[in-house]
Design a protein around this ligand. Structure first.
Ligand SMILES: [Zn+2]
Length: 104
């Protein structure tokens, strides 16, 4: 096993280790994978999520290419796709910004 590399938060000046991965399922019709849009520490997860959501929504998919909904994934055990746990509660909280889904 390789030594565990520390993944840092995507915010340039932040030195924290990332606790979350922002990713959306991507598929070209044959392969499906989790496309990574960024990593975030607990403090910056909202900020990184919004910039990731911006990039995802302005991305022009090629014919046959599909980009799914952006999600916040918590790394509990590691950074492999199957080790990540989606945190929909956190997503809902940060998604209330823009995109019409205004919270009450
Ligand atoms: Zn950070």
């Amino acid at each position: 096993m390789a030594a565990t590399a520390v993944i840092r938060c995507s915010i340039p000046n932040c030195k924290e280790a990332a606790q979350y991965k922002l990713a959306a399922p991507w598929s070209d019709g044959r392969f499906t994978e989790l496309k990574t849009y960024g990593h975030a520490c607990a403090e910056h997860v909202g900020q990184v999520f919004r910039s990731a959501e911006d990039r995802r929504s302005t991305y022009k998919a090629a014919p046959g290419e599909q980009v799914g909904e952006l999600g916040i994934y918590r790394s509990e055990k590691g950074w492999l796709d199957w080790q990540l746990q989606r945190d929909t509660e956190l997503e809902t909280r940060h998604r209330s910004w823009g995109s019409g889904a205004q919270g009450v």
